[in-house]
Design a protein around this ligand. Structure first.
Ligand code: G6P
Ligand code: ZN
Length: 561
C-alpha cells in the first residue's frame, strides 16, 4: 500500500530539556497531544543531512508508554525520510544492547525509550534518549541543539496511516511518499549475548557456576528488578551458564516494574540483600536497573561492594577477561564524585587515568580515541570500551571471571585489594525530591563560600577528628579529545588529608531537586572498618558547611549508599 505523510502544526512545550541522560518526564506529560511527536521531530531535525536514507535502532526497557512511543517514532521516522528502523521485539532492548546494535550494524544512531532507574507505570516516568553513531549517549552540543529546537517547533512530519506491528521478528517494507521504508524487528538478545560470548570465556564461567570435580558449584542470585535485563539474564544465566531456576528473580519485564523503584542499591534492592542474607549458600548477588546499564554486586552474606571499589578491582584484574587479553588495556576513567580507588590501580599499573563529569557520555570520546578501556561511576555504573554505555550484565560477568580465576570469594578479593592499595571509604547521601528553591539556595550558599575564599584553611573538628580545607572549587572539565568545556559539575571540598566532600544536584530526576552528597576518605592501614562509621565525622562537616538542613528542612537522607 502506498502511504503518504503529512505535515502537522504544533506549538512548543516548555521544559523539553534533556538531562544527564535524555528527556525524562512523567508519563502523563509524554501523553499530552504532540508532546512526544515534538521531541522526536526535534531529535530527527538535529541530525540534519545525515537523516535522509539513514538507519536507526529503536527500543527500550519496556516501561509504560513504550509501545505508543515506538508507534509515534515509526510514523515520524518514515515521514522524515529515514530508510530503516531496527526495533527490538516488543520494543525491548536494554541500553547496553542498543549501544552494541548501533556499533555492530554501523548505523546512524538509536532512540532509547527509558527513564533508566526511575519508577515506571502510568503515574511515573518515561524517557527518550538519543545515542550516536559510536553507540554512546549524544553529547551536550547535540542535546542542547535538540532543546533549542523544542522551543520554536512549529510543525512535525508524520505518516499517520502507517501501522506496523513489532511483536514478531521479521522484516516489513512500506512505501511512504514513493520511497521504501523498512522496519526490521529483531530478537532482543542475540546480538548482545554474542558480544558477551566474545568478551568472556563462557566455558570457564559455566564450570565455575556448575562446579567441577575439584570445585563446588558457585551459587549466584541475579535480580532483574522486573526490568529489561530479565530477558538477557534468562538467556545468559539460565540457558548458557545453566545456573538453575533459583539463580534468577524478577526476570519478567513489567511495564511498571511491579511498582518498585528499579534502582540497584542497598535501599531499593533490599529484597535481594535480604534474600542473600537469608541464604548463606549464595556467593554472589547482583541487581540491575530498569534498562540494564546499572549494577550492584554483593558477596556472601550480602557483603556490599561499592561501585567505586568494584571498578578498582576489575581494573586490577583485567587479565582474567579474554577481551582485554586480546585487545590490550589503555587508560582508566571515573566520574569526579566516584571514589578514587581506581586511581591507585592506574598509578600502580602505569595507565592513564581520566576524571570526567558525571554522565557516561563523557567517556565516549576517550574510548573512540583509543585512550580508555575501563571506566565506572559511583552511581552503580561499570563498563568498558566494548560498547559506549555502562553495562550491568557485563559487570557481573567480569566479577565472575575474576572469582573463577582467583578462586577467592567476593569478600576475600576486596580484602586482598584493600591490603594492597589501602581503602577509599566512600558513601553517598541522597536527599530526593527536595523543594527546588531550597536546593538551589544551598548551592548558591556553597558557591558564595567558594567565591569569597573563606573555606580555604578553615578547620573543623568532629569527634576529635580534625579537617582542614586544602582546596575547594566547582568542578569543570575540558574534554582532552574535542576540547569541549563543561562547567558547574559539582562543588568539591578537599581536605589536607585528601579526603573529599562533593555536592551536586542530580540531573536525572523528573520532579523537584535531588541533592547528592558524596564523601571519600582514604586509609592506608585501617581498611576493615564500617564505611558509615568511618565517614560519620566528614559527613557532619558536610552538613555544617552546606547548612543542608536549614535550606531543605531535611534531617535525614532518603537513600544512603
Ligand atoms: C545516568 C547516567 C550516569 C550518571 C547518572 C547520574 O545514570 O547514565 O552516567 O552517573 O545518570 O545521575 P544523577 O542523578 O546523579 O545526575
Ligand atoms: Zn539505567
Amino acid at each position: 500500500m502506498a502511504l503518504v505523510s503529512e505535515i502537522r502544526s504544533t506549538t512548543p512545550f516548555e521544559g523539553q530539556k534533556p538531562g544527564t541522560s535524555g528527556l525524562r518526564k512523567k508519563v502523563k506529560e509524554f501523553m499530552e497531544k504532540h508532546y512526544t511527536e515534538n521531541f522526536v521531530q526535534c531529535i530527527l531535525d538535529s541530525l540534519g543531512d545525515k537523516l535522509e536514507g539513514s538507519t536507526l535502532v529503536v527500543g527500550g526497557d519496556g516501561r509504560y508508554f513504550s509501545k505508543q512511543a515506538i508507534n509515534i517514532i515509526i510514523r515520524i521516522a518514515a515521514a522524515n525520510k529515514v530508510a530503516k528502523l531496527i526495533i527490538g521485539q516488543i520494543g525491548i532492548l536494554s541500553t547496553p544492547a542498543v549501544s552494541s546494535l548501533i556499533r555492530n550494524h554501523k548505523v546512524l544512531g538509536g532512540i532509547v525509550l527509558t527513564a533508566s532507574h526511575n519508577p515506571g507505570g502510568i503515574h511515573n516516568d518515561f524517557g527518550i534518549k538519543y545515542n550516536c553513531e559510536n553507540g554512546g549517549p549524544a553529547p551536550t552540543q547535540f542535546t542542547d541543539d535538540v532543546y533549542e529546537r523544542t522551543k520554536t517547533i512549529k510543525e512535525y512530519r508524520i505518516c499517520p496511516e502507517l501501522d506496523c506491528e513489532f511483536h514478531e521478528v521479521g522484516t516489513q517494507t512500506f512505501q511512504v511518499d514513493g520511497r521504501q521504508f523498512v522496519v526490521e524487528v529483531i530478537d532482543s538478545t542475540v546480538d548482545y549475548v554474542n558480544l558477551m560470548k566474545d568478551i568472556f570465556d563462557f566455558g570457564k564461567l559455566r564450570s565455575l557456576i556448575q562446579g567441577t570435580e575439584t570445585r563446588e558449584p558457585f551459587n549466584v542470585l541475579m535480580d532483574s528488578m522486573n526490568g529489561v535485563t530479565g530477558v538477557y539474564v534468562r538467556k545468559i544465566f539460565l540457558e548458557e551458564l545453566h545456573s538453575g531456576q533459583d539463580s534468577c528473580r524478577r526476570i519478567i519485564p513489567l511495564d511498571n516494574f511491579g511498582e518498585i523503584h528499579p534502582d540497584p542499591n542497598l535501599t531499593y534492592a533490599k529484597e535481594l540483600v535480604d534474600k542473600v542474607k537469608e541464604n548463606q549458600k549464595i556467593q554472589l548477588g547482583a541487581a540491575f536497573d530498569g534498562d540494564g546499564d546499572r549494577n550492584m554486586i554483593i558477596g556472601q552474606n550480602a557483603f556490599f561492594v561499592t561501585p567505586s571499589d568494584s571498578l578498582a578491582v576489575i581494573a586490577n584484574n583485567l587479565n582474567c577477561i579474554p577481551y582485554f587479553e586480546k585487545n590490550g588495556v589503555c587508560g582508566f576513567a571515573r566520574s569526579m564524585p566516584t571514589g578514587a580507588a581506581v586511581d591507585r590501580v592506574a598509578a600502580a599499573l602505569n595507565k592513564e587515568m581520566f576524571i570526567v563529569p558525571t554522565g557516561w557520555k563523557f567517556f565516549g570520546n576517550l574510548m573512540d580515541a583509543g585512550r580508555l578501556s575501563l571506566c565506572g561511576e559511583e552511581s552503580f555504573g561499570t563498563g568498558s570500551d566494548h560498547i559506549r554505555e555502562k553495562d550491568g550484565i557485563w559487570a557481573v560477568l567480569a566479577w565472575l571471571s575474576i572469582v573463577e580465576h582467583k578462586k577467592m570469594s567476593v569478600e576475600e578479593i576486596l580484602q586482598e585489594h584493600w591490603k594492597l592499595y589501602g581503602r577509599n571509604y566512600f558513601t553517598r547521601y541522597d536527599y530526593e525530591e527536595c523543594e527546588s528553591d531550597g536546593a538551589n539556595k544551598m548551592v548558591e550558599h556553597l558557591e558564595k563560600l567558594l567565591e569569597d575564599g573563606s573555606l580555604i584553611k578553615k578547620e573543623f573538628v568532629v569527634d576529635g577528628k580534625k579537617f582542614v580545607v586544602k582546596a575547594a572549587d566547582n568542578f569543570s572539565y575540558t574534554d582532552p579529545i574535542d576540547k569541549s568545556f563543561t562547567k558547574n559539575q559539582g562543588i568539591r571540598i578537599i581536605f589536607e588529608d585528601d579526603s573529599r566532600l562533593i555536592f551536586r544536584l542530580s540531573g536525572t530526576g523528573s520532579s523537584g531537586a535531588t541533592i547528592r552528597l558524596y564523601a571519600d576518605s582514604y586509609e592506608r592501614e585501617n581498611v576493615t572498618g564500617d564505611a558509615q562509621t568511618m565517614l560519620k565525622p566528614i559527613i557532619s562537616v558536610a552538613l555544617q558547611v552546606s547548612k543542608l538542613e536549614e535550606f531543605t528542612g531535611r534531617k535525614e537522607p532518603t537513600v544512603i549508599t
